[in-house]
Design a protein around this ligand. Sequence first.
Ligand code: ADP
Length: 535
Amino acid sequence: MPWHITTLFIVAVLNAVFSLILIRGSRTRVNNIFSVFVLSASAWSVGIGLFLGTGSLKVALYAADFYYVAAALIPILFLHFSLLFLREKDNPISIFTMTVLYVPIVTFIVAVVVDPHIILSSISLNLGMKDVILNPVPYSLYGFIFASYVVAAFLVLTRKLHNTRELDRRLQLNFIILGTVVPYILGMIFNLILPWLGNYRQIWLGPVFSLMMVASIGYAIAKHHLFNLKIIATEVAVVALWIFVLIRTILSDTLSDQLLNGGLLISLIVIGVLLIRSVIKEVKTRERVEQLANELGVANDRLTQLDRQKSEFLSIASHQLRSPLTAIKGYSSMMLEGSFGHLTDKLKEAVERVFLSSERLVIIIEDFLNVSRIEQGRMQYEFSTVDLDKLVQEAVAELTPGVVKAGLTIEYQKVGEGPFFTTADYGKVRQMVVNIIDNATKYTPKGGIIVTLEAENKVVRINIKDTGIGIPADVLPTLFEKFTRAKGAGLVNTQGTGLGLYVVKELMKAHKGRVWVESPGAGLGSTFHLEFVAQ
Ligand code: ADP
């Protein structure tokens, strides 16, 4: 078989494979029309191949009629595809447009069936090559209509390119326009104009250019799903390799060559199938990962938003609770002091409970407010030079009555002579120390608390050690997170919120210091450390 005819059949197979892959890929209208478009390019190659290859003039005539129909379909389907491609939604186009699109081709098919000589009035063999005489009027009309569809499609595409801002879409349109304009011009030169001028020898070139057209439109469609493009590229490459080796096998001169090429073909088929499968698998996994990442991103955004709303809610609710609580605390304290006259013992006991509960609530609300201030970035700090020795002494003195009342002992010791200066917000550091000593009191049923202060290597450290319930090892890593309470904590102290240590951790962060805890285990006491940069 002459090589140019072989080329035509290879082009036909490649286009047909491409069309099948597209049809399988996605069943949208655009894809369907595009795959019929590719199929007509394939039929065009087959028709020309048959025309050039056959020895029978009769077969050649029918083959020519066939490829003129196939060739006419190419610009029509291209226009149809362009109209569909530019729509935002996958809607069908109007009946009027469909009529304008398809009535001429139906008329042409009827004309060819009625008179097979309508385009080629005669074919003759000349030194093994075919020469033809064209029917000038129908052929010119055919050429004119063909060119009109091509021009219409390009007008539609360029107008859209002009009106589109979206970068992705512009890229796609550029690809389609640039990738098709050259093959169309070349195809029309070799398959419409040269034959009109009497040269019918180069018509095999047109279908070869169609491959370029198909590839660029295919690429533009696949751009939206770049991953699928990888599958398509692998499939096309593998199939092209198979066809190449198959042709080599058929054309081999000796039996040993044929066997060798046949063996090569079989191994290539096996390897190719495996390769395509693994590419599909990889692409699917990547698509799934991408989809999951997107879903995760959305969920994360939603959570962040919810977290913000929660902080706002906490802040508003706490502010609203603070004023009535101040009144409860203030009035119960005045009643206890006798501002409203003498109280009976029973009444005094009840009012005392009201006072203590309101005090506890004040602490809880203060924790809530601190959390929302921290999370909304509204916490204000006033840094100055702080003498930690003085601060700790004051805090211990303030808390001693409560500790003693709980049946515990408390001691304060300095390790060395200091100095124990740091740059800090006095009120906040005091709040942290009070919080931790208060915790030690709450979670220590018997024994005592020892507070020590030490300075070494540019840091000043406050250690608060108790003989309490200790902290199980599994809770230690998360103890400073929001709402974390160890399992046994509820038994000793039912009122906790699990926010105090979170606030301490955040305040220490703002002080560029560290807080951590050590505990040998449940029942063995714990030691909290607050470490500041020394001044
Ligand atoms: P709350 O005391 O309100 O529960 P915190 O954030 O202050 O919240 O403490 C969190 C948890 O850490 C407590 O519930 C408790 O389980 C544990 N914890 C804190 N201090 C001590 C301590 N000194 N001994 C044992 N456990 C403690």
